[in-house]
Design a protein around this ligand. Structure first.
Ligand code: PLP
Length: 498
């Protein structure tokens, strides 16, 4: 690896040169503008993105840390939160803040539950939060950060949270419950009314994670029956017993990255989120969220996005997105080897194989070789789609590649042991979960070592090509003997099955 970009140059590099170089660097990234990514980027339209960029630029250097200095940001944050609360049928009792994203909203909601429990039930020393298996990974992060046990409960056969299983896990240490509307893996909405009844019965707060669904589900709900994928049960502040919600403006609200909301039914909860250091020699320092400095541009762009799209715009977006989602679902279900898991309520599809031993991950590798960027789910093994209206342009191409991928894997069963497929398979199924966790942490840590494997930055922009990425950080290989054993097991399985 060369030193370019990893040392402070003696003399600053020409700004235009740097911009050119950065443009080249992007060539190695996923082609989201060509609609090749599903999730990661939420793209409404070019006209909207250009507008958001301008709104963002207007507030580029502003800082939401001090609302007295930037009254504009306070006004816009208030505007985004009130808009979101109203959309989710909250009244004036419901209050909240903006955050940097879904993870921060979830971290803060869980921190708030812990702080609230410390006040109201101080005898609890090992707080526990009961979640369905499909709750987002950010809840586990909250557990790690704030020293709480996240109690994972099995799902019903339709991939929705199981209130009975959750009830069975409530004990004297439980300080909160979680449901999703909708959940990231399968796009289904948990039975929020049942979970809320459970919460009320045990006098516990319930958080509904609407990070991905917050700006989509309320509009899908307004579509005609035949435009939806499945019925939408009540999921928001209409339901008594829903204490808090999170909804990301940087997902289906089409804001710039760094914009989410967290909302609580009652100031008594929000107060637990606010930190104030009053005896610091640096002055009285109070802040409502995890960050100190808060990028004002993200707040401004979020406000601008919601105002520009309006209710009609978001409804129209939901209609277009669901039409594309139905196209994907029908196309996938027309392939005999595949099925969509659960009955998604919104524009998320998880699909995998109906056929025992058929490697969905190998299909994923095939699709990646054709330039698609996909997430993989585990248990059950599945590929994942988060759909936006722009995916209408690639729907046919994607389905054609998917059909080819399935045919390829059928005729090359050993594809399950090539590429990244065995690694994903092993990660999903390896029994020693602590070891798997350490391996994954090693993988991430490896990207941050001094000589970590990162793409090279070219020496100078004239040779633009040289500046391009040389290689993405590679996934760890599965040792050859393990592959050999996996192949043997699969072949024996095929012989016995034959
Ligand atoms: C349901 C759900 N919750 C939380 C998150 C985390 O959001 P973020 O990536 O903005 O932190 C996601 C992300 O997709 C999500 O789908």
């Amino acid at each position: 690896m060369n030193d370019r970009g990893t040392v402070l140059p003696k003399q600053g590099v020409d700004r235009q040169v740097l911009l050119d170089e950065m443009r080249v660097l992007r060539d190695g990234d996923v082609d989201w503008e060509g609609n090749r990514a599903f999730g990661l980027v939420y793209h409404h339209s070019k006209v909207h993105t250009d507008f958001i960029r301008e709104a963002h630029g207007l507030f580029f250097s502003t800082n939401g840390l001090n609302p007295m200095a930037f009254r504009s940001l306070q006004k816009m944050e208030h505007g985004v939160v009130r808009t979101t609360v109203t959309m989710l049928h909250g009244d004036d009792e419901v209050v909240g803040t903006m955050t940097s994203g879904g993870t921060e909203s979830i971290l803060l909601a869980m921190l708030t539950y812990r702080q609230y429990a410390r006040k109201t039930r101080p005898w609890i020393t090992r707080p526990e939060i009961v979640v369905p298996e499909s709750a987002h990974a950010a809840f586990y992060k909250a557990g790690e950060y704030f020293d709480m046990r996240i109690v994972k409960t099995p799902l019903q056969s339709d991939y929705r949270a199981d209130p009975k299983a959750m009830a069975a896990c409530i004990n004297d240490n439980t300080i909160g419950l979680v449901g999703s509307a909708a959940c990231y893996p399968y796009g289904v909405i948990d039975p929020i009314e049942d979970l809320a009844a459970l919460a009320l019965k045990h006098d516990l707060p319930l958080h509904v994670d609407g990070c991905i669904g917050g700006f989509m589900v309320p509009f899908v709900e307004q579509l005609r029956e035949d435009e939806r994928l499945s019925p939408i049960p009540p999921f928001d502040f209409r339901v008594p017993g829903v204490t808090s919600m999170s909804a990301d403006v940087h997902k289906y609200g089409y804001a710039a990255k760094g914009a989410s909301t967290v909302m609580y039914r009652g100031m008594k909860y929000l107060r637990c989120q606010i930190s104030a250091a009053t005896d610091w020699c640096g002055g009285v320092y109070a802040s409502p969220t995890l960050a100190g400095t808060r990028p004002g541009a993200a707040i401004a762009a979020a406000w601008a996005s919601l105002q520009a799209l309006g209710e009609d715009g978001l409804l129209e977006n939901a209609r277009a997105t669901m039409a594309v989602t139905r196209g994907f679902r029908d196309g996938i279900e027309a392939i005999p080897e595949l099925q969509v898991f659960g009955k998604p309520a919104m524009s998320i599809l998880a699909y995998g194989s109906k056929v025992k031993g058929f490697s969905t991950y190998a299909v994923g590798d095939f699709l990646e070789s054709r330039g698609w960027h996909l997430d993989r789910l585990q248990v059950p093994e599945a590929l994942h789609l988060i759909i936006n209206p722009g995916h209408a342009q690639i729907l046919d191409q994607y389905l054609a590649d998917l059909r080819d991928g399935v045919e390829y894997v059928k005729s090359h069963p050993d594809a399950a042991f090539e590429g990244s497929a065995p690694m994903y398979g092993l990660i999903a199924k390896a029994p020693m979960r602590r070891m798997v966790k350490n391996q994954v942490i090693d993988l991430i840590a490896g990207m941050y070592t001094a000589d970590g494997e990162v793409p090279d930055i070219g020496p100078a922009p004239e040779g633009a090509e040289e500046g391009a990425l040389v290689a993405p950080p590679s996934a760890p290989g599965v040792p050859k003997p393990v592959i050999w054993l996996m192949k043997l097991k699969a072949r024996l399985g095929r012989l016995v099955g034959a």
